[in-house]
Design a protein around this ligand. Sequence first.
Ligand code: PFF
Ligand code: NA
Length: 454
Amino acid sequence: MQSKQSIHGSWGSRWVFILAATGSAVGLGNIWKFPYITGENGGGAFVLVYLFCILLVGIPIMMGEILVGRRARQSPINAMRETAAEAGLNQNWSLVGWIGVLAGYIIFSFYSVVAGWVMHYIAGMGTGQFVDIGSEEAGQRFNELLASPEQMLMWHTLFVLMVVGVVAGGVNKGLERATKIMMPALFLLLLVLLGYSVNSGSFGEGWDFLFSFNPEALTWDSVLVALGHAFFTLSLGMGAIMAYGSYMGKKDSIGMTVLTIGALDTLVALVAGLAIFPVVFANQMDPGAGPGLMFITLPVAFGQMPGGQVFGFLFFLLVGVAAWTSAISLLEPATAWIVERFGLKRLPAAGLLGVVVWLMGIASLLSFNYWEDIKLMGMGIFDFLDFITANIMLPLSGLMIALYSGWMLHQKITRDELALKSNLAYNSWLLAIRFIAPVAVLIIFVVNLYDKLA
Ligand code: PFF
Ligand code: NA
């Protein structure tokens, strides 16, 4: 098993893997979701809890996922099965792979709808449609988009095609090539936008909002949101990182790589917050505006600022690129599995999956208009899917992966695969993956369930 190669190919270098995994991690979660949930949960204290979740739960679990993927060099479903076989464990552990692939699928379906909105805004900004509009009008525009299944369907379709196009190219000619072009572009755009925000927004106010500690705003609910978001933002619990890990070089250090990916993802989220909140405050708008923060508040702000036209366009371009590289990683695990299981070529495998996920996305986008009245647990279809994936499926499958890699796999396997330089590092990982991560996930789960039922 040691010198095994993946039939799908492998990354050209350690940095390609880091960039690809960062491309998966950095997405709508960082630029759209993180700022608005931070706004809704009161700022500083939430950010602190979130950082703890990343460090103590996210990073160790990411190491667990990658080690399983690289050990077996197969799609998550088969990787779980094969490592279980190697360790003499029950074959049903492959179910964890299934939950992951399913969660990834569901996420793709609504992720693509939001990515579609982003593309609509790229076009709108690029053609000057937001110059000097007021917040009422901006809200109205956004609602018009949501009320139009045709518009949303068009963008959703285009986005699915863009993702299938890359995934169909395979690990090297598709994923790796896209990574090498898009990730440098992403970092460049982010820097430009940060510079703009520092110079033209209320930077100090934005900074204080993100980093001043105000514990009153913190509730159990916000802790659950922070934990769920730590999984979502690092692409954990759905096989994406496990699949990418299966194409990783045998000699590359998992620990250093994961720390880099986690740091970059966190950095982008914070920089996105620092790019957005100053602009929000400079225009006396509400940081707690919710999901509309990026689509309503920002266009108004940009529309009133000098150079806002160009920077607004660049901003949404950045979001679009980030969403694209993330969605690629949502489709990859299932595609790899179909190729392994049925011996299909990449194109038909990715195409087939693309059609199914496209259809599922339609249910999400209809929940904003024709199917508005359909409620599941009091939520519309879109919100419901977001809720069950981010707050239930991801923590659950993350918990299973923690238990699996911490308790079930022999330490000989994990030690060998992680190849950490010091015992201290390995023991810290073991402590986090065996106790801290599972206990944190469990407590928050139980408390929240109790909250919901009581
Ligand atoms: N990590 C991505 C984000 O923060 O937007 C979302 C995501 C991508 C989640 C891929 C899961 C995944 F497999
Ligand atoms: Na992210």
